[in-house]
Every structure is written in structure tokens, then in C-alpha cells.
Design a protein around this ligand. Structure first.
Ligand code: ARG
Length: 485
């Protein structure tokens, strides 16, 4: 008996032939992805064109079919670019929307495009093409961020800042050295994205629905046309795994974690209680009720958005864990978290590269968006006995065992606390008096101790690769510039 419910007027779904009733409106909306996967339209068309060229080259479709497909796709690309393409929920996803429009434009050639292909290998290909572009954008932006950081670090290669452990003043470092820590973190982030890109850059097409196809296809040729480094070597794996997307989201989470830590520091440094820096107004907002406020909204949002990046990673891990081979519709849920993580990383890097950057004033002066208040950093350094370790090291170099030196300096700090001054201000006689109980300490103390007790002396003496001595910071910056060249 003839099927009553599948319409014969061209509005039928691509797969509706065997169905006896149409899906409900709610199911249609629930299962459709077109309003978020149409972001991959350019990649879908690129993938289809490569597939069609391969089919024609192998004699599976005719040369005239290929010409029709190319003409139709050019027209569709134009319609999408001009915002004229009519995305239709009835056609479920980006793939069916484009294929349907192609058929409307070029007829039978459009219907031949899907030969030897399934939406399962098609969508896996599209995501990989999309993600490869996103990774390249992110790599470029990490570089921009790093160049800004290097410039700021160079400007402050010998600006002293209290280094903290447990959020308590520990030892002097330079602000340049501190910033270079973030260069190193983002260098590893860039390595992670570049490494992830290798696994993204493999071609699923040819896997078809799950088992491969009976047509004499040439997968290597398609891979070459699309710039893939190799093909996916197992058809079941090719259509079903999204580990590359999970890896990407993990790399985004780590990048965001690093930028979130930097944000936390900017927020802290900008707090009037600390007052180490000021941030250009355009990255801050005021309060609608408290007129005195200038809030570091951008860093706070970066810190907040790190949470959503982590959420996306967990979403994808959870999405994957229960899926049997091969493709399951669950995988349609991979896109929104993936897009969101990419968008978050891209927007955050863009804004951060700007925030860490500078501009040249009309009078030629270079103004950094992160304005350092040198005196506040210096003042903090004189309050926390930041050179106590230097005093201990001084005694050790004169022959006192380290544990005894540690004890002697602890006594000196206690004496300093009682008199309310910093270590370099204590007269030599008083320093000695404080240490009398430690055998061997006082005879090792001499006037030259005051050279190591200054912040400058302390900084200059950490003079090895990775240390905070200003010349080492400059060397690190030069090394970093070479890497980015
Ligand atoms: N929109 C689908 C997705 O994102 C495309 C693949 C659908 N394949 C299928 N057999 N239903 O995964």
C-alpha cells in the first residue's frame, strides 16, 4: 500500500522514505542542529567539493556532474556570505540544508554528491576542518599575547616586586621575571595546541556510515585536497571518536587556567589595598552605586569564563564515555561545547593581548595598559623581610651550616620586628647581638653583609638560567623573542 504520510512534493526529509509518519514539531526541533552547526558551512562545502572532485577523478560521477556541483556550491557560498541562505529546520543540519539547496540549483548532480559518503564521515570531516582553523587562530593569538608580555617584561626587567609564597612576601623578584612565568606557561599551551592539531588533521571521509564504501574511492587524494596529513585508518573509529575535540577542550582549559591565574594577580595587584598596578580604564567598569569604584571586570570575567571552559571539557568527556562503536547521535552534542571553548579562548586571548599591550602617545611616549606603581612594589618589599634568605646565604658562604644560618636569621627577623625596621636598617652591632645564641654566627658577620641585604643585591645574585637577576630576565626575553621570530 502506498505510504500516506511521506510527502512526495520535495518537502520530505532526506531519509523519510521508510517512515510512515513525520516527526513531531518538538522532535524536529530537538533533533535538529542546523542553527548551531551552520557555523561549519564553509568547511562543509570545502569537504563536499573535495569529495566530488575525487568521485569525478575516479569515474564514479561524470565530469559534467562535477562542473554542476562546483557551480552550485559557488552560488551557495555566495548566498551564505551575503546572509541570503535560507537555513531550514526541516532539513535538520548544515549538511542536508546545503545538499538540498544544491539539488534545487543543479538537479541530479546534487543528488549524486552523497555517493560513497555518509553524514557520519562528513560531519567528522567538517569538525576537523573547522577545528584546524580555530587552532591556527589560537596559535596566532597566543603569539600576539606573548609579544605584548615580552614588551612589558622588558620594560620592567629590573623593576623589583615582592615574590610571594603563601601570599606572604618571600623574596624579591623583578616584575619582568614574574611576567616571564606567563610566557613559559603560554609557550606550553601553544605546544599543546600544535600537538593536538596533528591528531585533528586526519581525514575521516571514506569511512562512510561506519564500514567504508563499495565505490573505488581515493582517500589519499581527498586528504591531499583538504590539507590533511593522513587518513583515519579505521572506519569505525573515524566516524565515532571525538577525542581530538576533547584534547582541544583540555588545552583550552589549561590556557584559560593560566590566564585565570594572571587575572587573579591583576585583580589583587589592582586592589587599592595592594596598589601595585593600575589597569587602563577601557578594561574596567565603574559601579552604579559606589562612585569611587573602578572594577577590573575583564580579568574577573576571564577568571569566570575559565569555569565554562572546564564545563565544556567535562561535557565532552561525559558525552563520549558511554558510546558503543560507531556513530551515535550523541555526537551531535559535541559541537556547542567545542565552539564555545574555541570562542572563549579566541575572545579571551584577543582581549588579553590588548590588555597587556601598549600605545604610543602623541608626544611619542609609550603607555602600557598595565601601569606599574614602582614605589608601591618597593614599599611592600621593605615590609616583609624579603632579603632574609640572602642573609642566611651570606652566612653559609662564610662557612656556617645552613640550618644554623636559618636559625640566626630567624632571630635577626625577630629583632627587626621588635624595632619595627627592615633587615638592612639594623646596625651591624644589633644584628650580631640578635644572633649571639647561634655559635659561629656573629664572627662571620661583617660590614659587607649590607650589600646582600639590599633588594638590588638580592636580585643581582640570582644570576643563573631561570633566575630573577635582571640580566637573566633580559636573556630570557631575548631567548623568547628568538623563539617567536
Ligand atoms: N548533525 C549530525 C551530527 O552533528 C550529522 C550526522 C548525522 N548522522 C546521522 N546518521 N544521523 O552528528
Amino acid at each position: 500500500m502506498a505510504d500516506q504520510s511521506a510527502p512526495q512534493d520535495g518537502t520530505a526529509k532526506a531519509w523519510s522514505g521508510r517512515f510512515s509518519e513525520p516527526v513531531s514539531e518538538l522532535v524536529k526541533r530537538y533533533t535538529a542542529s542546523v542553527f548551531f552547526d551552520n557555523r561549519m558551512a564553509a568547511q562543509d562545502i570545502r569537504g563536499s567539493l573535495a569529495h566530488a572532485r575525487m568521485l569525478a577523478r575516479q569515474g564514479i560521477i561524470g565530469q559534467s556532474d562535477l562542473a554542476d556541483i562546483e557551480r552550485g556550491m559557488a552560488q551557495i557560498s555566495g548566498e551564505i556570505a551575503r546572509g541570503e541562505f535560507n537555513w531550514n529546520l526541516d532539513d535538520e543540519d548544515v549538511h542536508l540544508n546545503i545538499e538540498k539547496r544544491l539539488t534545487a540549483l543543479v538537479g541530479d548532480a546534487g543528488k549524486r554528491l552523497h555517493t560513497g559518503r555518509s553524514r557520519n564521515d562528513q560531519v567528522a570531516t567538517d569538525i576537523r576542518l573547522w577545528l584546524r582553523d580555530a587552532i591556527d587562530t589560537i596559535l596566532g593569538l597566543i603569539r600576539e599575547f606573548q609579544l605584548a608580555v615580552l614588551e612589558l617584561a622588558e620594560h620592567h626587567a629590573d623593576t623589583p616586586l615582592p615574590g610571594f609564597t603563601h601570599l606572604q612576601v618571600a623574596q624579591p623578584v623583578t616584575f619582568g621575571h614574574h611576567l616571564m612565568a606567563y610566557f613559559e606557561m603560554t609557550r606550553r599551551d601553544a605546544e599543546r595546541f600544535a600537538d593536538c592539531r596533528k591528531r585533528v588533521n586526519r581525514l575521516p571521509l571514506g569511512a562512510a556510515a561506519l564500514a567504508g564504501t563499495t565505490y573505488p574511492i581515493d582517500r589519499e587524494y581527498v586528504a591531499e585536497l583538504l590539507g590533511f596529513e593522513e587518513v583515519c585508518f579505521n572506519s569505525l573509529d573515524a566516524v565515532s571518536d571525538r577525542d581530538f575535540a576533547i584534547e582541544f577542550c583540555a588545552a583550552v582549559s589549561l590556557l584559560m587556567t593560566h590566564l585565570s591565574r594572571l587575572s587573579e594577580e591583576l585583580i589583587l595587584w589592582m586592589s587599592p589595598r595592594v596598589g601595585f598596578i593600575d589597569l587602563a580604564d577601557r578594561f574596567c567598569t565603574g559601579s552604579s552605586i559606589m562612585p569611587q569604584k573602578k572594577n577590573p571586570d575583564v580579568p574577573e570575567l576571564v577568571r569566570g569564563k575559565t569555569g565554562r571552559a572546564n564545563g565544556n571539557l567535562v561535557s565532552l568527556l561525559t558525552l563520549m564515555k558511554g558510546q558503543p562503536l560507531a556513530y551515535n547521535k550523541d555526537n551531535q552534542e559535541d559541537k556547542e561545547p567545542l565552539f564555545d571553548s574555541a570562542d572563549t579562548a579566541i575572545d579571551t586571548l584577543r582581549i588579553y593581548a590588548d590588555m597587556m599591550g601598549s600605545r604610543i602617545e602623541a608626544n611619542g611616549e609609550k603607555i602600557f595598559n598595565v601601569r606599574v606603581k614602582r614605589e608601591a612594589m618597593q614599599a611592600a618589599l621593605t615590609q616583609g623581610y624579603a632579603t632574609a634568605t640572602d642573609l642566611a646565604d651570606y652566612l653559609v658562604k662564610k662557612g656556617l651550616p645552613f640550618r644554623d644560618a636559618h636559625e640566626a636569621v630567624a632571630l635577626a627577623v625577630r629583632a627587626a620586628e621588635l624595632t619595627g625596621c627592615d633587615l638592612p636598617q639594623i646596625p651591624l652591632a644589633d644584628l650580631k647581638a640578635a644572633m649571639t645564641h647561634v655559635p659561629g654566627a656573629i664572627e662571620r658577620l661583617a660590614e659587607d653583609v649590607f650589600q646582600v641585604l639590599t633588594v638590588e643585591g638580592s636580585l643581582a645574585s640570582r644570576d643563573h638560567v631561570g633566575g630573577t637577576a635582571p640580566n637573566q630576565v633580559r636573556a630570557a626575553i631575548a631567548r623568547a623573542r628568538n623563539r617567536l621570530a
